[in-house]
Design a protein around this ligand. Structure first.
Ligand code: AMP
Length: 423
C-alpha cells in the first residue's frame, strides 16, 4: 500500500497505460477535427492572475468565488497568493493572449484551439474532478450566427466520430446588453417573491446576478419551471440571431432542444449558450461539454470590441461516456517483439531499428534470458509477432506469429515488414 500521505491529491486522477488508448483516441479525434475546421493551436499558461478570472468570469461565479486554486511560490507572500490561480477554464486566458499579442490586427476571424488541464477546487465526485482536461475551441471576431451553428455541429461531429450515440445539444439564448437588463429584472422580481425557496447562495446572488439563480444546482425544480424565460425577453436582433441558429441546426441535422434554464455560470456569455449531453442523462455531472458566445469579453478585458464564441468539451466525461457505451477503439498497429539469445543485444537493437525506420512498432528484448522466456514476455506485453535474431547473418531472421504459433525461418527484413503489414 502507498503511504497515504503520498497518494494523488483528492479529485485528481493518474492516467494509467490501460486508460491511454481512450485518451489518445479522444485527443486525436479532437486535434484532427480542429485542424479540419481551420483552427490553429495555442497554448496559454496553466496559471494566470486571479484578476483575469475575476473580471472574465465574474466575481460571483462559483469558479471564482469558491473553486479557485490559488498558487504562489514557496516564499510567496499573502499578496502573491491572492494574485495567482490555476486556470479554471481557458477562454479568459486565450482572450488575454489575443489582446496582449495584438491579434485583432490579424486577418480574422481567428480560430484557436487548445487541449489541457483545468482546475476547480470543487467537491470531487464521479465525473467531477479538481483537475480535468478540456478540449477548447474559440472563434474570435465572428459575430455569427452561422459560426454558432458550425461549432455546435463540430461538437456533434466529435461525439459521432468517437462513436458516442445519442448526443444532443441543449441550446438557449441569453440575450445581450440591450435586452438582458429587462430579463434580469424579470428574474429578480420573480425570485424575490420566493426567497424562502432559494438556497443561501442564490439569495445572496439574487440581486448581484439573478441568472446564476437559474443555474443553481439545488434550485427547486418547480420554481425553475415557472421562472421567466430569456427567449421571451430577447430584443429583435438577439431573437433573429437565435432563430437563425436554430434554423441552421435543423438544416444541418444536429439534434438539439431549447433549454430555458441553460444560462451558463459565467458572466461574459451573450446570446447563444449550449451544452452537450447524452439524451436522458442531463444531471449536473453529465454535461459532456458546453460553450457559448461572449461578445462582451474582449472589450471587458481591455481589447477592442470583438465578438467571440467557443466551447470547452470535457474529455474526462467524454471518455466516461465512451466507456459506458463500450465504443470500439481502432485496433493499435501490431507490436513486434525482437528476441534473440545468442548475442549481447546489439543485433536485436539493430533489427529493431531497421523495423522502426519503416514505421513498425517494436519492443526489443535486450535480456540474456532463454528464448522461450523472451517469447513468453512478448506475448504478455501484447506483441503480435516475434522476430527471432539468430547467430548467422543479421539480415536473416525468423518470424513467429504469436497468435498461431507458426514460424517462418530465414527471412530477410523486407519479408518481415511485408508479413507484419498484412496484419
Ligand atoms: P463549463 O466551463 O463548466 O461549462 O465546463 C465545460 C465542460 O468541462 C463540462 O461540460 C464538463 O464536461 C467539463 N467539466 C467542467 N468541470 C469539470 C470537473 N470539475 N470535472 C470534470 N469535468 C468538468
Amino acid at each position: 500500500m502507498a503511504d497515504p500521505k503520498l497518494t494523488a491529491p483528492r479529485g485528481t486522477r493518474d492516467l494509467l497505460p490501460e486508460d491511454a488508448p481512450w485518451w489518445e483516441r479522444a485527443e486525436t479525434v479532437a486535434r484532427e477535427l480542429a485542424h479540419r475546421y481551420g483552427f490553429s493551436r495555442v497554448e496559454i499558461p496553466l496559471f494566470e492572475r486571479v484578476e483575469l478570472f475575476a473580471r472574465g468570469l465574474g466575481e460571483s461565479s462559483d469558479a471564482v468565488e469558491k473553486e479557485m486554486f490559488r498558487v504562489s511560490g514557496a516564499r510567496g507572500s499573502d499578496e502573491e497568493r491572492a494574485e495567482w490561480a490555476l486556470r479554471p477554464e481557458p477562454t479568459a486566458g486565450i482572450v488575454r493572449a489575443f489582446i496582449e499579442h495584438g491579434m485583432h490586427v490579424r486577418p480574422g476571424p481567428l480560430r484557436l484551439t487548445t487541449i489541457g488541464p483545468m482546475f476547480r477546487y470543487d467537491r470531487p465526485q464521479a465525473g467531477r474532478y479538481r483537475q480535468f482536461t478540456q478540449w477548447d475551441v474559440e472563434v474570435i471576431g465572428d459575430p455569427g450566427p452561422a459560426v454558432d451553428a458550425e461549432l455546435i455541429e463540430l461538437g456533434h461531429r466529435f461525439y459521432r466520430d468517437l462513436g458516442i450515440a445519442g448526443v444532443e445539444a441543449r441550446v438557449n439564448s441569453i440575450g445581450d446588453a440591450t435586452c438582458r437588463p429587462a430579463y434580469r429584472e424579470a428574474l429578480v422580481t420573480y425570485f424575490a417573491a420566493h426567497t424562502e425557496r432559494l438556497t443561501d447562495d442564490s439569495r445572496r446572488r439574487l440581486h448581484l446576478n439573478p441568472l446564476r439563480v437559474l443555474d443553481d444546482r439545488h434550485l427547486d425544480p418547480e420554481l425553475a419551471a415557472g421562472a421567466p424565460r430569456s427567449v421571451d425577453h430577447l430584443c429583435d436582433a438577439c431573437r433573429a440571431h437565435f432563430e437563425t441558429v436554430l434554423r441552421l441546426l435543423d438544416a444541418l441535422g444536429c439534434a438539439h432542444v431549447v433549454d430555458h434554464r441553460l444560462v451558463r455560470g459565467l458572466d461574459y456569455y451573450t446570446r447563444t449558450s449550449f451544452e452537450f449531453y447524452v439524451a436522458g442523462r442531463e444531471g449536473q455531472q453529465d454535461a459532456l461539454g458546453g460553450g457559448g458566445r461572449y461578445d462582451g469579453l474582449v472589450e471587458l478585458l481591455g481589447g477592442p470590441p470583438t465578438p467571440g464564441i467557443g466551447f470547452g468539451i470535457g474529455l474526462d466525461r467524454t471518455i466516461l461516456a465512451m466507456q459506458a457505451q463500450a465504443v470500439p477503439l481502432p485496433a493499435p498497429p501490431p507490436l513486434v517483439a525482437v528476441v534473440g539469445a545468442t548475442d549481447d543485444g546489439v543485433a536485436r537493437l539493430r533489427v529493431a531499428g531497421a523495423l522502426r525506420d519503416v514505421g513498425i512498432a517494436v519492443r526489443p528484448d535486450g535480456s540474456a534470458r532463454k528464448l522461450g522466456k523472451q517469447i513468453e514476455s512478448a506475448v504478455k506485453a501484447g506483441a503480435r509477432w516475434a522476430v527471432i535474431v539468430g547467430e548467422g547473418e543479421l539480415e536473416r531472421v525468423a518470424l513467429k506469429d504469436l497468435a498461431s504459433g507458426e514460424q517462418r525461418d530465414d527471412l530477410d527484413i523486407p519479408a518481415v515488414v511485408a508479413a507484419v503489414r498484412l496484419t
